[in-house]
Design a protein around this ligand. Sequence first.
Ligand code: NAP
Length: 370
Amino acid sequence: MSKKIGMIGWRGMVGSVLIQRMQEENDFAGLDATFFSTSQVGEPGPALGGAPKPLQDAYDVEALTDKDVIVTCQGGDYTQQMHPQLRAAGWHGFWIDAASALRMEPTSVIVLDPVNRHVIDRALERGCKDFIGGNCTVSLMLLAIHGLIERGWVEWITSMTYQSASGAGAAQMKELVLQMAEIGQRAGTGAADARMPVLDVEKSVTDLLQSADLTINQFGAPLAASLIPWIDRAMENGQTREEWKGQAEANKILEQDPPLPIDGQCVRVGAMRCHSQGLTIKMKQDIPLPDIEAAIRSANQWVRWVPNTKEDTLQQLTPAAISGQLDIAIGRVRKMTLGPEYITAFTVGDQLLWGAAEPVRRILQIVLNA
Ligand code: NAP
């Protein structure tokens, strides 16, 4: 009999990418999928080959507890409201979630199966039912350098991030493009005019960035032609929560004990949907670069090694090049002048794919086949 799946949050940014990937991989074949909404009950659901069915109420406990698996990309508030109600109603189905709300619960596993399939399998054996997608930046970093971590070579990591607008949400992504358009309108003619002094062009841009005319409703500051070195809320120790997640979530994903120290600065930049990270990695010993390259390359089928040349970097190691792909590019790898145990690397990945939807899509396949 077909497994009954409830899909919530399917029309949001992460949910849309998830549906797209499930269609590409023919994942809906043999599934009895029901689509829910918090705001569009009764409206037509997605057309997946047949006639669209009306959307069901995402707050209907009876309809939800009828499902074998619930997949939600709806957000943390929804999770916090509905997950306890369903469990209290005696529902024992699988809860698969893109939101962060349940990630650090002792009863849940953060999923990134190319890295922690053994953790997932052990959890399934002991009856775990809550499987949660990880923070995008953490997942992308682990996929890129898992080859070094799994060999026990890494003493600590610093990650300086360059995170795209999509990680902040759909409205923020649109605001970035709007800011670019507003800057283009103000200074575009001057930039195209070879006779216009460059400092005049720069001044018209800077004047706009520093005026009340630029649209900053979502970000609270200009992102286009600028950056924002703050993501998520403040923690008591001076980190942002995004920075805190680096060590907390990575070690939970890896079930690493003692924990691997990871810290850095998380910065929002004007990329669309790819997160980049500049890594400093302190190795426990002096490992030759060819061994480092071999370890990184062999970790999983998505990691893509980029030679440390200008040409390769410009062609293969930018958000523009990687956007929309499952590849996790890693390049600029070299020993640092700080000492032979210090290496640096730069990595880029699509945060809506491996950063959000793909681990969720894959854990659905894993639990369906468990
Ligand atoms: P989102 O785009 O804001 O979508 C969430 C929900 O908003 C939709 O499912 C939809 O629910 C409702 N909605 C209202 N107006 C909409 C509109 N015009 N278009 C589409 N949907 C609309 O949220 P998201 O960025 O996908 O994030 C979902 C969850 O995943 C969050 O918990 C987030 O933290 C987590 N996550 C996000 C990322 C990321 O990169 N963005 C990465 C990892 C995890 P109804 O149909 O019920 O109205």
